[in-house]
Design a protein around this ligand. Sequence first.
Ligand code: PLP
Length: 460
Amino acid sequence: MNGTGNSQAALDIAYQVHPQTNLRLHDTRGPMIIERAEGAFVYDDGGQRYLDAMSGLWCVSLGYSDQALKDAVKAQIDELPYFQLFAHRSNNPSIDLAALLIEKAPVPMSKVIFQCSGSEANDTAVKLAWYYWNSRGKPEKKKILALNRAYHGTGISSGSLTGLVNIHSQFDLPLPGFLHTRCPHHYREGLEGESEEDFVARLAQELEQLIVEEGPDTVAAFFAEPVMGTGGVVVPPEGYFAAVQKVLQRHEILLIADEVICGFGRTGEYWGSTKFGIRPDMLTCAKSLSSAYLPVSAVMVSESIFEAMVEQSDRVGVFGHGYTYGGHPVCAAAAIAAITRYEELDVVHKARAMGQLLQDGLRQFVDHPLVGEVRGVGMMAGIELVQDKATKAAFDPKRLVGGACSAFIQDRGVISRNLIDTMAFSPPLIVSESEIDMILEAVAGGLDDTLAWAKKEGLK
Ligand code: PLP
């Protein structure tokens, strides 16, 4: 049951703050309360079933009822529900998970640091970039670069890395020293008639210009998602990361790949870095790391970063960073179980095959009067809705067309997420062909419903 017609909804409105929600509207609209789930489906408190085509927030890759994962969590709680890693202490699951991640890393990595969220992982990576350059005798290398539209979290530094106005606005972010450059969104940022190749060359040149203007000796690191998720499912054009990496190398700037969404098969490869030829100095991951059953994130660092950390910690006396729950044994056990299940179920291969069906199916809608572009890779896809296909003119964001479309798709039993007016899809990697068909059917009907509504509202 949606809305305010039950006591749980009333309690939710009375006592809970909802992220990325209009808090005034929540008072009248109330929550959608999900009570239980099975496979790719979730059930609300009225018993209504929905196919969760967003895997929660791009994260429940194994679906909601992986018994092996649940069993692993239960077994670990029974054996050791908590122990910490500060001051030379350790626990077995965190040791095993660190070793497993180093084995799986897309490029040679040296060590792993655990946190609980993607935001914390990126905050850690920012601090490590600063720590690294301090240890290398270049303490003036402090500025951090990221992309417009990027989403790296909502902490003070991860929120500063994020390149979205609604995350910055009224929170006094970004902090000084966090700079954003144009994102590789050919549909929105390409010039009239500009080829993808020329677009890539222009982006690399703009990045270099920014670095030179700021002073290369003041720039520490560049963060990027292999495929932007929350920024609108933006797949970089061919050659983008190769061009960016040349610029970064010329100016001795670290590259940090944010694999919080892309890691563990989402793009149809195990890592987005492998898919797009990224050779990061640090890599952050979270979400599918445990298929979201428990909160855990990791930062992997190269040998050269780790060497600097060793020197610095020796100089100071300790490596002065860490969280109470970093390396939590139950979260680590969940992550080991998730990674094991990805192997057992051949999830990456499956995601590639089902992803192709999803991508091909969604591209059928490219001629729909509301659709500007359909894009995506593997099991992440976006449909950008536009007011005018020819001019690419967007709808007035205040008219909430994407929100309406999401509601119409949901009325047809499928959960999607509107990123302003881009409809995002990121189903569990274990979905079947018939479940992909259910998504496509709901999108077809949802787009038509949205068009009829938009016409009635005088928007189209
Ligand atoms: N990085 C990326 C690419 C993300 O998509 C997200 C969350 O959606 C984050 C970082 C932040 O992760 P968390 O919400 O766990 O802090």
